[in-house]
Design a protein around this ligand. Structure first.
Ligand code: GLN
Length: 478
């Protein structure tokens, strides 16, 4: 069986029709991880006993002749910011280095209820803060397409695992681009659903008003299957929506001709790499060929998105990360003198540089003297960015942009320059701030054979349309 072309349906069918067993398939993937992952570093923890027990359950179900669920026997990987019962979950941080959660994240519980086999937990930037995966406290991830380059971040382990055939599908989280940007750097599909479409219960919080969970997969159809499985109201997350979950898969084949696609000049300005621009422009041509009408739209507040994002995200992070005090979770530093010395040394030793930088920035932005000037102002600008999209979506069904201004950069290239790293998020943070869905799909390669990503943004709760457009493009380009 060729793992490189194995999709969810193909894996499930193979298990169902017994051309393999779920146990044998999981073993195959563990073999691949054993041989390939030392060079890549996609996984932090493998949950082999758990996975093989689950796979054996699926095989027993197949033997019994009962109906097999939609992800039966499908090997998946989970970003290490989602808690898994009995399996170490670190959020890429030393402060949670030995943390073994007592419960499952809702999305993981839903995948397993649908028959998925969780192979392990994937590497990521510490607390999902980063764009290159170099902020992991454990080790950086290398891009499977070129080991000297970053896989993107912060869900770099999930993207690399799928790209290197070390999982059929994976879950990531996106606060400012962390599903879409690594998908684009590794040449896979990455979908960020609307805020509220998927429960965040059991997701280790970075910035709660921006955090989203979504799939990284090889095909658009696989993203639709995973989204359908994990979406929908969860009583454990008050921000999860009770809107009905459409059958995304059934809608995929509906023709896209007549749809209006918006193009915003703000996403094609200075700083956009020439090869990326050319690939995205030719993808837009392709969509026009498929019968879409291309319409110019304006998103005038885009220029403020990066500062706005880095104030809101750091403010929320500074509050969310206050809970890591050495008492309630994970790591505790040895301290002889006092409780406050223990708090201080735990946080000093447990958090990495980028996390500390953000706690300081966020605490500053929220402090009494600066709240109005920074945090409140950022919230107002956030509302204007959301308003830009609302206006644009009166005219169009979706908006197409590059996912990232460049293809994957070299490891080490931006680590010493946090501002350059932050600017790499310019095309992705706007959707998080507005709470709208976005997908990144491959749309070509640079001369050096590095993947390029096309981003399609949609209206609130209209994942259906962006999936349809992405699927139509994938079929015609592929
Ligand atoms: N790169 C962005 C940041 O560092 C986005 C991270 C994310 O989406 N989790 O905050």
């Amino acid at each position: 069986m060729d793992l490189s072309s194995l999709t969810i349906d193909a894996a499930r069918l193979a298990v169902k029709e017994r051309s393999t067993t779920a146990v044998a398939l999981a073993e195959r993937y563990y073999g691949k991880i054993e041989s390939g992952d030392p060079k890549i570093g996609a996984y932090l923890t493998l949950s082999k006993d758990h996975a093989l027990a689950k796979a054996a359950e699926i095989d027993a179900l197949v033997d019994s002749g009962e109906k097999v669920p939609v992800l039966a026997g499908v090997p998946v990987a989970i970003k290490d910011v989602m808690v898994t019962c009995g399996v170490r979950t670190t959020a890429g941080s030393k402060i949670l280095g030995d943390y073994v959660p007592p419960y499952d994240c809702t999305v993981v519980a839903r995948l397993e209820a649908a028959g998925a086999v969780v192979l392990g937990k994937t590497n990521c930037d510490e607390f999902a803060m980063g764009s290159s995966n170099e902020n992991s406290a454990w080790r950086p991830v290398h891009n499977p397409r070129d080991l000297t380059r970053v896989p993107g971040g912060s869900s770099g382990g999930s993207a690399a695992a799928v790209a290197a055939d070390m999982a059929v599908a994976a879950l990531g989280s996106d606060t400012g681009g962390s599903i879409r940007q690594p998908a684009s750097f590794c040449g896979v599909v990455g979908l960020m659903p609307t805020y509220g479409r998927v429960s965040r219960y059991g997701l280790i919080a970075f910035a709660s008003s921006l955090d989203h969970i979504g799939p990284l997969t090889k095909t658009v159809k696989d993203a639709a299957i995973v989204l359908r499985t994990i979406a929908g109201r969860d009583p454990m997350d008050a921000t999860s929506s009770d809107l009905p979950v459409p059958d995304y898969v059934a809608e995929l084949e509906r023709p896209i001709c007549g749809l209006k696609i918006g193009i915003a000049k703000e996403y094609f300005g200075d700083g956009l790499d020439g090869e990326v621009r050319a690939a995205v422009e030719s993808a837009i041509q392709e969509l026009a060929q498929l019968g879409c009408e291309i319409v110019t739209v304006s998103l005038p507040h885009t220029q403020y998105a990066i500062p706005t994002y880095y104030i809101v995200a750091t403010a929320e992070a500074s509050s969310n990360l206050a809970r890591y005090d050495g008492v309630r979770y994970g790591f505790r530093a040895k301290a002889k003198r006092s409780l406050s010395e223990m708090y201080r040394s735990t946080r000093e030793q447990g958090f990495g540089t980028e996390v500390k930088r953000r706690i300081m920035l966020g605490t500053y932005a929220l402090s009494a003297g600066y709240y109005d000037a920074y945090y409140l102002k950022a919230q107002k600008v956030r509302a204007l960015i959301a308003q830009d999209f609302r206006e644009a979506f009166k005219k169009v069904d979706a908006i197409v942009t590059p996912t990232s201004p460049t293809a994957a950069f070299k490891l080490g290239e931006k680590v010493d320059d946090p501002l350059a790293m932050y600017l790499a998020d310019i095309y992705t943070v706007t959707a998080d701030l507005a709470g709208i869905p976005g997908i990144s799909i491959p749309c070509g390669e640079t001369k050096e054979k590095l993947p390029i990503g096309l981003q399609i943004l949609g209206k609130h709760f209209d994942e259906e349309t962006i999936l349809r457009i992405a699927h139509a493009y994938e079929q015609s380009a592929g």
